[in-house]
Design a binder for this molecule. Structure first.
Ligand code: RP5
Length: 163
């Protein structure tokens, strides 16, 4: 099956965070592609990737970046596809820089911003699956099973003193 989700990130160093998006999509059997696309180190690649993403069959883009994290906003400026932005936890400012850079998009170009770090990347993957599930009944069923399993696991382990 051709990938409908692209997971892009500003640097190879972002992969340990962005892998969380890949992990949940693996669990839900949703194919994706992974690519380093840097807004400031490979700006032409960024523009070409974003401008051709829809015609290349992608339906959702997950973009992770840290620091002056302009990747998600720049991608969103060149595509009509939904862009989910993941603020990578930077060393200097613990990801607050990434979060504020990504979340504060001016009116007219939308980026859906997730939480800083691993949880944000995981939820970006989950969110992408939920978007695709609107037109994929099998995937919708897998997401419901995933959620039910999560609920059952919490209910079955409600005493925090037990290991
Ligand atoms: C951003 O700068 C990347 O998204 C990364 O989070 C950060 C640091 O990149 P490296 O210097 O580790 O390549 O562009």
């Amino acid at each position: 099956m051709k990938a409908k989700v692209a997971v892009i990130m500003g640097s190879r160093s972002d992969w340990s965070t962005m892998k969380n998006a890949a992990d949940v999509m693996d669990a839900l059997n949703v194919p994706y592609v992974v690519e380093v696309v840097s807004a400031h180190r490979t700006p032409d690649k960024l523009m070409n990737f974003s401008a051709s993403a829809a015609e290349n069959g992608f339906e959702v883009i997950i973009a992770g970046a840290g620091g002056a994290a302009h990747l998600p906003g720049m991608v969103a400026s060149k595509t009509r596809l939904p862009v989910l932005g993941v603020p990578v936890q930077s060393k200097a400012l613990n990801g607050m820089d990434s979060l504020l850079s990504i979340v504060q998009m001016p009116k007219g170009v939308a980026v859906g911003t997730l939480a800083i770090g691993d949880a944000g990347a995981y939820n970006a993957g989950l969110f992408a699956c939920q978007i695709l599930a609107n037109n994929d009944a099998d995937l919708a069923g897998r997401i419901e099973a995933f959620r039910n399993n999560q609920t059952e696991t919490v209910l079955a382990n409600s005493d925090p003193r037990e290991s």
